[in-house]
Ligand binder design. Sequence first.
Ligand code: TXA
Ligand code: MG
Length: 337
Amino acid sequence: MIDPDAEIARAVDVLRRGGLVAFPTETVYGLGADAANPAAVRRIFEAKGRPADHPVIVHFADAERAKAYALEWPEAAERLAARFWPGPLTLILKRAPGVSYLVTGGQETVGVRVPGHPLALALLRAFGGGIAAPSANRFGRLSPTRVEDVIAEIGPAVEIILDGGPCPIGVESTIVDHAGVRPAVLRPGKISAGEVSATIGVRVLRAGGGSGADASAGATRAPGTLEVHYAPRTPLELVPPARLESEVARALASGGRVAVLARREQPASLASRDLVWQAAPGEAAAYARVLYATLRALDGLGRDRIIVEAPPAEEPWVAVSDRLRRAAAAASSPARG
Ligand code: TXA
Ligand code: MG
C-alpha cells in the first residue's frame, strides 16, 4: 500500500533538488519542476523534446500565490479566479519582473493556474511555490490522462510519478488571455467561452479556428494552441456523421485497414476483418474523459487510417472538436511535432 503523504513528501524533495515530478490534474497529467529554478525548468524542455520558445503554465496552491507572478491582476482575472479556481482554467497575464523567460518562452506574459485535483493541490500546498508544468507528453503528442500513458511518454525522465488514476476531465484547461485589449480564449476546454464571457461581463474573443472563432483573437502567441498538436501517428480524418458509413465502406473497398471512432455501435453491414470500430460515449464530458486514451489505443493498432465521426457543433463539444481538428491537421501536415 502506497502512503500518499509519504509520496507527496518525496515529490516535494525531488522538486527542491531540481528534479522532475509527474502529477495528475483534473485535466491531464503534468510534468512539473520548481518554477523558480531555471535549471529544473530546462529539464522539462529536454524531457519533452520541446522547443525553448514554448511557454509553460505555472501551477499554484491558491490565487494569492499566482498573483505574485503577474505584473497586473485585472478585474476579469479576479472574477474568473474567484469563480473557477481551483479548476481547469489557465490565465495568461503580464509577467512580474522576477518570472524567468524560460517559463514564459521568452515572452512578457505568463500562464498561471490553480488546479482542482486533490493530489495536485496537496503537492502544491506542501511545496509552497509555483510548479511549472506542461502536459507530461513528448512534444506534439497526445497528452497523458493515465499513469501508464505518462510512463510511455516520459517515464525515464521523471524521478517520481504521483498516481491519481485517470484524469476526470481528459482535455487540457481552458486558456484565457488577459494581455491583449480584450480577453480571449486561446484554447477551449471544459469551461466554455460562454461561461467565461458571462463571468466577466464581456464577450471574449475566440482563437484557434473552427466555427465561432474570431480572426482578430490571438494577439498573444500560444505556440501549442496554434500549431499542429495533440497528434496520433496514424493519419486521422474527421467525417460528418451522415457520411461516416459510406466513407468507411469506401476505405475498406480500397484495401485499407481502418480504425473508426464513432458515437454509435458498428453497423452489421460494415463487418470486416480490416475494420476495428470503437464506440465512444454519446455525451461530451464522458467522451472527453476517454478521448486521448482511446486515440492512443487506436493509434497503437498501427492501422492505415483512423476515421473519426465528427462531433456535434454544440458548445459542450467545442474542446473535443478542437483537439480532433488538430489531430486531423497533423495527419496532413509535413511539419509534424
Ligand atoms: O490542463 C492543462 O493546462 C495542462 C495541465 C498539466 O495543467 N497543461 C498543459 O500545458 O496543457 P501545455 O504546456 O501542454 O500547454 C500549455 C499551453 C501551450 O499551448 C502554451 O503555448 C500556452 O499554454 N501558454 C502557456 N504560457 C503561455 C503564455 N505566457 N502565453 C501564451 N500561451 C501560453
Ligand atoms: Mg501539451
